[in-house]
Design a protein around this ligand. Structure first.
Ligand code: AMP
Length: 506
């Protein structure tokens, strides 16, 4: 059955034109649904009339989060075009690769990315209109919106059509473009609404990048689906984030961050006396949150909603009910209402509770596949439509899931599987460890052994021996790291996750 994808912003503009929709924090622009509808319409007209964009054409974006970016993404929806928000941390050849892969009709960029956008387009060598977008400046984007005039072609939307392509980080091999369809977004909006109680009164803050599912799909699009409002931060900044969390006059209800975001917030001096227990949904995911972090927030009356998800699942696949957050500390919860999950061994056989295996997921929020990569798409699924997540996980006897680690982060020491996340959890219980990451490094005797990278509070006077002794007290000996390196900071990607492949192995 072919179903139509309705335009959420247009619908809310009709019913509640004066309700707030989007607040761009950096430029302090606030738009109601009527404003947003008008800007999305003009943006769609501009893209259609000036850039020749029509149904199925791609539009690439290179910019930090902004309300402009939100309207560009929803203008694509209105045109039936496919939006490709690109990771602004990428180097020119990587951007050129994505442009070559998706072949956009237009590339929209903000001034800080002008050089990269132009250089990447040059390297790619294809034809695409370059559109500069800058808040308030007489840029092509803003003047184009002002001058937009005409009729948007009537689009025959189908729920199964792609709306967005999100490129996976590609830490191994080339990035792949995961297609996010209208149906996936609708079911994601329903999943989030059900589990995080999203309504037209919800007010979210979007702090993760909009080129990532964490920014776009949790909770920006579910809140826009419900007719609520979103504050858009251009990038994560701990102090500003804490200000938003504590300022009750803003009426903030929902937020999602990766563990490092919350870690950095908790290390601010102002956090000690900050009151944040009025926040309705404080979501954490994208990487394993240390148990000590969940406890720190719980002590402030905030039961974090620990969720698991990935680009290919267009956001959350499992989440913990708040009332179980302490009882099942560290669990990423149960599968959300419109997905199924299970754990299998390497031959794809179902595993009983408490066994560690690969997490599989299926349901309407799972990607339709990778852009123009039918083979990679086929390899990503097992028979029956089960998507292979590449995550090592276990389920307890009550059906609650625990992410043990990425399979590829696991290392083998003396024949034993070691999951770095478990060691990191132990390290976060050591006073003075501000941030840490553990990887496996080659070792003549054991094959591989753990190495801990630690950002330490100078005042704690941590030494390698103290760190190793602490781990030996907490963990089996073979899991304790054999070496420790102290760093000023850990490498992070633009979403805020630690990029372990950038840590030295020699
Ligand atoms: P991405 O596609 O960039 O969103 O990355 C998805 C990956 O992040 C997953 O496959 C997991 O390895 C990891 N991840 C997401 N949520 C969690 C979580 N709650 N705990 C541990 N790892 C997570």
């Amino acid at each position: 059955m072919s179903l139509r994808a309705f335009d959420w912003i247009a619908k809310h503009a009709e019913a509640r034109p004066r309700s707030p929709a989007v607040h761009d924090l950096l430029s302090n622009r606030e738009y109601t649904y009527a404003d947003m509808h008008d800007r999305v319409e003009r943006c769609a007209l501009f893209l259609h009339e000036r850039c020749g964009v029509g149904k199925g054409d791609r539009i690439a974006l290179l910019m930090h989060n902004s309300s402009d970016m939100v309207e560009l993404i929803f203008a694509c929806w209105r045109l039936g075009a496919i939006c490709v928000p690109m990771n602004w941390r990428l180097a020119v050849p990587e951007i050129a690769y994505i442009l070559g892969d998706c072949k956009p009709k237009a590339v929209v960029y903000t001034p800080e990315f002008e050089e990269s956008a132009k250089a990447a387009l040059g390297q790619y060598g294809g034809e695409a209109m370059l559109v500069d977008a800058a808040d308030g400046d007489p840029c092509l984007y803003e003047s184009g919106l002002r001058a937009a005039y005409g009729n948007i072609p009537i689009i025959d939307h189908d729920m199964e059509d792609p709306w967005v392509i999100l490129y996976t980080s590609g830490t191994t091999g080339r990035p792949k473009g995961a297609m996010i369809t209208y149906a996936m977004q609708l079911f994601n909006a329903i999943n989030c609404a059900v589990h995080m109680e999203i309504t037209m009164s919800s007010r979210g803050v979007t702090v993760l990048p909009l080129f990532h599912v964490g920014g776009l799909c949790v909770y920006l699009s579910p809140i826009l689906h419900a007719g609520g409002s979103n504050i858009i931060m251009d990038q994560f900044e701990a102090e500003e984030m804490l200000r938003l969390m504590t300022d009750r006059s803003l009426g903030l209800t929902h937020m999602l961050g990766v563990p490092t975001n919350y870690l950095f917030i908790s290390q601010l001096p102002a956090f000690k006396d900050a009151q944040i227990d009025h926040l309705q949904s404080v979501g954490v995911g994208g990487a394993a949150p240390p148990l000590a972090l969940l406890e720190t927030y719980a002590a402030k009356g905030v039961m974090m909603e620990h969720a698991w998800g990935m680009t290919e699942t267009s956001s959350i696949g499992t989440t913990i009910p708040k009332h179980m957050a302490l009882e099942k500390l560290g669990s990423c919860g149960l599968p959300v209402v419109h997905v199924e999950t299970k754990i299998v061994d390497e031959d794809g056989n179902d595993l009983p509770p408490e066994s560690v295996g690969e997490l599989l997921i299926r349901g309407p929020t799972v990607t339709a596949g990778y852009w123009q990569l039918p083979e990679a798409t086929a390899q990503a699924f097992l028979p029956g439509g089960w998507f292979k997540t590449g995550d090592a996980a276990r389920m307890d006897a009550d059906g609650y899931y625990y992410i043990v680690d990425r399979w590829k982060d696991m290392f083998i020491s003396g024949g034993e599987n070691v999951y770095p996340a478990e060691i990191e959890n132990a390290l976060y219980r050591l006073n003075g460890v501000a941030e840490c990451a553990v990887i496996g490094v080659p070792d003549q005797k054991w094959g591989e052994v753990g190495r801990a990278f630690i950002v330490a509070d100078a005042s704690a006077g941590l030494t390698e021996d103290r760190v190793i002794d602490h781990c030996r007290d907490q963990l089996a000996n073979y899991k304790a790291p054999k070496s420790v390196r102290f760093l000023d900071e850990l490498p992070h990607n633009a979403t805020g996750k630690v990029t372990k492949h950038m840590l030295p192995r020699d």
